[in-house]
Structure formats: C-alpha cells, structure tokens
Design a protein around this ligand. Sequence first.
Ligand SMILES: Nc1ncnc2c1ncn2[C@@H]1O[C@H](COP(=O)(O)OP(=O)(O)OP(=O)(O)O)[C@@H](O)[C@H]1O
Ligand SMILES: [Mg+2]
Length: 327
Amino acid sequence: MSTAFDVACFGELLWDFYEAESKADGKGTDKEPIARQFRRELGGASANVAVTLARLGLKVAAIGGVGDDKLGAALDAALTAAGVDTAHVVRLGAPTGITFVTNSAVGEASFIPYRGADLRLGDGDVTAAMAKAAFALVSSTSMLASTRAATEKFLAGVDKAKGTIVVDLNVRAHLWSDADEMRSAAKALVARAALVKGSERDLNALAGKRGMTWLDENAKHATWLLTRGENGAAAVGPHGQATAPTKRVRCIDRSGGGDAFIAGVLAVLVKAGARPGSPEWKDGKLWTRALEVGHLLGAKAVAASGATTGLAALDDVKSRLSAPKKG
Ligand SMILES: Nc1ncnc2c1ncn2[C@@H]1O[C@H](COP(=O)(O)OP(=O)(O)OP(=O)(O)O)[C@@H](O)[C@H]1O
Ligand SMILES: [Mg+2]
C-alpha cells in the first residue's frame, strides 16, 4: 500500500490565547492597574499532535478548517514551520477558531472557546487524498453536528485506503448541547477504531464509573490507551496489559498533555511498523515503550505554558523511538 503520510491528524486547528498579567505581584492599584496581555499559542488537538509528530521527524498532515483570515494564514504558517504538511488545511468562510486559556496554580486549564472554521469542515471539503495515511487520528469533537458528515467521509476514506483509525476521545462536554448525542457520537466513533485513547475524565464523562465496561461494549476489538494524568497510563489489547508511571514534573499548564502523549505512542508504532494484526502490535514490550515515550512527551508538554511550547527540543525522545540495538 502506498500512503502519503505516516499520520493524518484530522480535526481542530486553533489558536489558544493565554492571558498574562504584566505586574509581577498581580495585584495592581488604582493608579497602576494590572495590564492584561494575551499570548498566542498553537492549539487544538489535531494541530498539537501534528506539530509534535513533525518535530519527531514523521511525515504528518494536519487536516481541518481554518478561516480565510490572518489568524488562519498564521496557523497554516506555524504548522508549516514545524514541518507539518498543510496541503489539506482548508480555508473556510468562518473565522479561525480561538480559545482563551487560563491556568490554576496547579496547571489545571480552563477554556473559553470561540469556535469557528475548526468545526465547519463540510463533507464537500473532504478529498480521497486526505485519507492516504498509515494512521488517522480523530477525536469526539469532530463528531459535532456541524462537521460530522466531513468526519464520516474522511473515516470512510481511511478505511478504503486501509489506514488505521485512532480515536483520542478528548471529550469536551461543554461543546455539546445534548449529552446523549455526545455519548452516541463517541460510541459511533470508537466502533471504527483500532486504537482508542481515553483519559479518566473522558471515560467519566461518557460512562461515569463504568468506563471499562463502556470500552468493552463499544470498542471490544480495539487496543485501549488509558491515561490517568499524573497517575500513570496503561495499554490494553491483544498484547495483554502494559503499564507505565507518569514522569514527575511540575505541571504548569495541563493542556496538550494528552496530545503529546498520543503523539509519542503513534511515533513508536510508526517506527516499529506496528499495524493491527501484525506481530509488533501484539508485542507487550513495544506498548510499554510507547507508553514511556508518550509520558516523556506528556511531561514536557505540561511543564510549559502552551500546548506544544515545551516540545521544542526532542532529541532525547527521538533516540527512544526505536528499540535499543541488541549486543
Ligand atoms: N501532572 C502531570 N505530570 C506529568 N505528566 C502529565 C501530568 N498530567 C498529564 N500528564 C501527561 O499527559 C498525559 C495525559 O494526561 P491526562 O490523563 O490528564 O489526559 P488528557 O488527554 O490530557 O486529558 P483531557 O483530554 O481529559 O483533558 C499523561 O498520561 C501524562 O503523560
Ligand atoms: Mg485528552
């Protein structure tokens, strides 16, 4: 099979705006109020994963909608500068999506979304060339009504091109007006996937305490990646179960941790030539290394403000993508 890309990252391409207070003590006075400034950082799960994979040296495409505006052009330029192929970033007649992000003292992120072109890709915008990838990554947000037809068409194309569908649940309940619709969309998505990643929060939002049962009922034949923030991660599948503890770092900004993690797992799978049904896919040691590389990247991501800011120097991670040589 000839595929253009190692990984096609389909979905949200955004700018995240981080608010900063220019006075160090953050208090301000009547005479000297706190000046508020905003810093722009690349964001959106699909953009974050694409940038990380490109920095690791993989052939990666970002696929999604941006506005036909300055922010859209800047987003395209930032992705290109990182080495991401943007031939399938589509300019749409809606503003580029943005999100305002604030962090608590322990790095917990709060989001105020102003979504636009990132959720407007239509099925008419999707082409067969977009689906020519060994792995295709999507998240549940791409199943929102405004862009679901495009997602379905993309996934049908991936199946046709014999690509491997990877779902990062990335449940964002605040974007859905109907929780039942959100749950059934997530079910429809994981039913098509060979690899499903869910955080503890994702599974909680979908199934409360019955997360594992939910996966068993809806993604029985997939390999599962389960992350629990600072409390480790597991991979469950035909290889059995592999686990790896999270790397200890000071968490500054939790956003992008999961995206960095899945990028690490995908990079290891690509380098090993692991595909569902292959001997590599059933190799527990490979999954352990995939989790470890995921955590290395996850820790870098959360240790800096901005989803991909901490993922600039990756030589230490690159050297771990392949198994150490024997002898
Ligand atoms: N405090 C932390 N310290 C180090 N690494 C972390 C920390 N929090 C998250 N990570 C990294 O990010 C990965 C994913 O974290 P988490 O389980 O919170 O999922 P998530 O996808 O970021 O969450 P969600 O999409 O629900 O917001 C972890 O497995 C780990 O590699
Ligand atoms: Mg996530």
